[in-house]
Design a protein around this ligand. Structure first.
Ligand SMILES: [Zn+2]
Length: 165
């Protein structure tokens, strides 16, 4: 048994039936829709990608109210020559984790076969950044590896009021 990565501190079983969104006693809450990613979160991802270069950076995405707002760094990520992606397999997804993020030092941010395999197994939305990690050198994908449009949004928004983006 492992502890959940989020603050709930509940015990969860790794490698439970991710496909059915169930892990131990926790049912993963699938967001209705990912409406966007906070600008500060995207900036953090690009910075982390940059500082990991030439190695890979990998993390998990958390959302709140449909907006990706937080990145969980993968503990024990060695980033030793392309190994970062594999570490994602060892992470049990908690309640509000919706997908993964990792960087491609090659600059080509289309998903590799290994990426597609991971996407199918874990999460609903996945971000890949590509060198030089500028604000345009990334893309988001769904679990089938199809590109999805995730707008970058300002985090100062009113929770009670759905704004159009
Ligand atoms: Zn990759």
């Amino acid at each position: 048994m492992k502890r959940c990565l989020c603050h709930c501190k509940r015990f969860i079983q790794p490698f439970e039936v991710i496909g059915n969104l169930k892990m131990g006693s926790i049912t993963m809450k699938r967001p209705k829709r990912i409406e966007g990613i906070a600008r500060s979160t995207m900036a953090f991802i690009l910075e982390a990608s940059k500082s990991s270069y030439p190695k890979e950076f990998a993390g998990l995405l958390r959302e709140e109210e449909g907006i990706i707002k937080e990145v969980l760094l993968v503990p024990g990520t060695h980033s030793s020559g392309g190994g970062a992606l594999m570490d994602l397999y060892n992470i049990p997804l908690g309640i509000s984790v919706v997908g993964t993020v990792h960087s491609h030092p090659s600059g080509n941010f289309t998903p590799s076969d290994a990426d597609l395999h991971l996407f199918r197994r874990k999460g609903f939305v996945h971000i890949i950044t590509g060198y030089p990690y500028s604000k345009d050198s990334w893309s988001a994908y769904d679990s089938r590896g199809d590109k999805v449009d995730i707008p970058v949004v300002e985090i100062e928004f009113d929770y009670g009021d759905e704004e159009e983006w």
